[in-house]
Design a protein around this ligand. Structure first.
Ligand code: NI
Length: 154
């Protein structure tokens, strides 16, 4: 496994649409392993492949209740509404409130190409929405209702 560099806001790649994964091969598995390591080293809850410079529809998530790999993910159902604070490893130093569904259902392939269904509520629902937005070149700051200052330097 290898740590990959996280692309920061200002780099045009973050605005591009990621392409569908069609090969579930060793190269994909290497990408997933590297993304997992990068996610944990960065103390993030989610990471999309575009954030490590790869325009493929691949996301890794761990909101504290287990690690997930989502390939070619799609939201198939959503319910309710929440307004909570969000941040992003590619947008360091900024946090803000966004409006997201309270519950979402996501359909995605695993690293072997098998389709699975996941449900998320609260933080996990936000995380699914935030990471899937990355695959279409959308950043949380695009839909931010209000900027929130979480920490200030002395
Ligand atoms: Ni992000």
């Amino acid at each position: 496994m290898a740590l990959r560099n996280i692309v920061k806001v200002g780099d045009d790649i973050l605005r591009k649409k990621s392409r569908e994964v069609t090969k579930f091969d060793a190269r994909l598995h290497q990408l997933l392993d590297d993304m997992k390591e990068t996610l944990y080293k960065s103390n993030g809850v989610g990471l999309a492949a575009v954030q490590v410079g790869v325009l493929r529809r691949v996301v890794v998530i761990d909101c504290g209740d287990g690690y997930l790999e989502l390939i070619n993910p799609e939201i198939t159902d959503s319910e309710g509404e929440q307004e909570e604070v969000e941040g992003c490893l590619s947008v360091p130093g900024r946090n803000g409130i966004t409006k997201r569904p309270m519950k979402v259902t996501v359909k995605a392939q695993n690293r072997d190409g098998k389709w699975c269904v996941y449900q998320g509520e609260g933080l996990k629902a936000r995380c699914f929405c935030h990471e899937l937005d990355h695959l279409d070149g959308i950043l949380f700051t695009d839909n931010m209702i209000k900027e929130v200052v979480i920490e200030c330097e002395e």
